[in-house]
Design a protein around this ligand. Structure first.
Ligand code: GDP
Length: 331
C-alpha cells in the first residue's frame, strides 16, 4: 500500500486502525496531513468512520517554551502511564518550525528515548503547517485516529510561543502549562492569554538547588491564577512543582489530571466542553476555507501585490484596501 496511484480505501485503513495496526495508523495520519484533495477525500471518510469509536480517552495538552523540559516531562509521565499503569498512550507533537525558518524546533535531538521503546506508546511529531486552521484540523483528526486505534491517553505537545496553543486548548480536556522558576514571564515568552487557559501551571526542574525557587514560583503562580475568573467548568486551576529529570512530583501532576477528569465527568462538563469544542472547530474550519479560497483566488493573487504597494506608500488605507479586495472577491 502507499503507492501514490493505488491508495487503499477508507475501509482498509479503518479495519487496520481498529485492529491496532500502528504502521497503518501512521500512514493514516500522513493522509490527514496531506493537502492533496484525493488524500483528503479518503481521510474525511476515514474520520467519519472513526468518530464513533473515539472520545474514550483523557486528552492532555502540554505547552511551554523551548527548553522548559517538555520532552523530558513527557518521557517521564508517559513512561509512568504506558509502562507502570499499562495504559495506551499516543503523543502528538506539533512542530512549529515555520516555512520561514525551515528549521525544526522539535527536530533532531533524540527525544523520549525510553518512551519510544514502549509497546504501549505511539509518538508522532506533526508539522504545524502554514495555517492555524490546518493545525487544528490535522491534530484533531490525528486524535480521533489514535483513539479509534485504542489509545486512551492522548498528549498533544506544543511549543508555547505561537498561536497553536489556542488551537490545542480547544481540542484537549486539560491544558497544562510548564514553567521554570526564576525566569520572568516575559523571558519565558508566555502570554497572559496562555496562563488564563491553563488548568494547571507546573514548575519543572524543581530539583537540586532549584527546588526552593520552584516552590516560591509555584506560590506566585497560584496567586496569579486566583486573579483570573473561574472557567465555566468550575475547575480551579492548580499549581505544582516537579522534576522531569528525577521524576519527583510527576505522579502528582498526573493525579491532578485524573482528578480533573473525574470532576468534569461527574458534573457533565467533560461532554459539554467537548461539544463546545466541536462548535469552535466548525468556526475555525469555516474561516480556514474562506481564507484559503480568498488567497488562492486568481484575481486576488494578481491584485494583491499592487494593493500592498499602495498601502505601503500610504496611497490607500489598509481598511479601504481590504474592503476593496473583499468586494471584488465576492462580486
Ligand atoms: P523542551 O525543549 O521543552 O522539550 O525541553 P527538553 O525536555 O528538551 O529539556 C531541555 C533541557 O532541560 C534538557 O537538557 C533537559 O535534560 C533539561 N531538563 C528537563 N527537565 C529537567 C528537570 O526536571 N530538571 C533539570 N535539572 N533539567 C531538566
Amino acid at each position: 500500500m502507499g503507492q501514490p496511484n493505488s491508495l487503499p480505501s477508507a475501509d482498509v485503513y479503518f479495519e487496520a486502525i481498529r485492529n491496532g495496526d500502528r504502521t497503518i495508523l501512521s500512514r493514516a495520519i500522513t493522509l490527514v496531513e496531506s493537502n492533496r484533495s484525493d488524500h483528503q477525500e479518503i481521510a474525511r471518510e476515514l474520520i467519519e468512520k472513526c468518530l464513533s469509536f473515539s472520545g474514550n480517552s483523557i486528552r492532555l495538552g502540554i505547552t511551554g517554551v523551548p527548553g522548559v523540559g517538555k520532552s523530558t516531562f513527557i518521557e517521564a509521565l508517559g513512561t509512568h502511564i504506558a509502562e507502570e499503569q499499562n495504559e495506551k498512550l499516543a503523543v502528538l507533537a506539533i512542530d512549529p518550525s515555520s516555512s520561514k525558518t525551515k528549521g525544526s524546533i522539535l527536530g533532531d535531538k533524540t527525544r523520549m528515548e525510553q518512551l519510544t521503546k514502549s509497546n504501549n506508546a505511539f509518538i508522532r511529531p506533526s508539522p504545524a503547517g502554514d495555517s492555524l486552521g490546518g493545525v487544528t484540523r490535522r491534530t484533531y483528526e490525528s486524535i480521533i485516529l489514535c483513539e479509534a486505534a485504542g489509545f486512551n491517553r492522548i498528549f498533544v505537545e506544543t511549543v508555547g510561543v505561537g498561536q497553536s496553543e489556542t488551537a490545542v486548548y480547544h481540542m484537549v480536556d486539560f491544558f497544562l502549562l510548564l514553567m521554570l522558576a526564576g525566569a520572568g514571564d516575559e523571558l519565558q515568552g508566555i502570554k497572559k492569554g496562555i496562563m488564563e487557559m491553563a488548568d494547571a501551571v507546573v514548575i519543572n526542574k524543581a530539583d537540586g538547588e532549584n527546588k526552593e525557587a520552584a516552590r516560591k514560583a509555584e506560590l506566585e503562580y497560584r496567586r496569579a491564577l486566583h486573579l483570573f475568573p473561574l472557567g465555566e467548568d468550575g475547575w480551579t486551576p492548580r499549581t505544582a512543582t516537579c522534576s522531569a529529570l528525577t521524576k519527583e512530583g510527576i505522579e502528582g501532576v498526573w493525579q491532578i489530571v485524573l482528578e480533573h477528569h473525574e470532576e468534569l465527568q461527574e458534573t457533565g462538563w467533560l461532554e459539554k466542553k467537548r461539544q463546545q469544542q466541536t462548535v469552535h472547530r466548525l468556526h475555525e474550519r469555516i474561516s480556514d476555507i474562506l481564507r484559503s479560497g480568498f488567497y488562492n483566488d486568481a484575481e486576488i493573487k494578481k491584485a494583491l501585490p499592487e494593493i500592498e504597494t499602495r498601502v505601503l506608500n500610504g496611497e490607500l488605507t489598509s481598511y479601504s484596501a481590504a474592503d476593496e479586495l473583499i468586494r471584488s472577491y465576492l462580486a
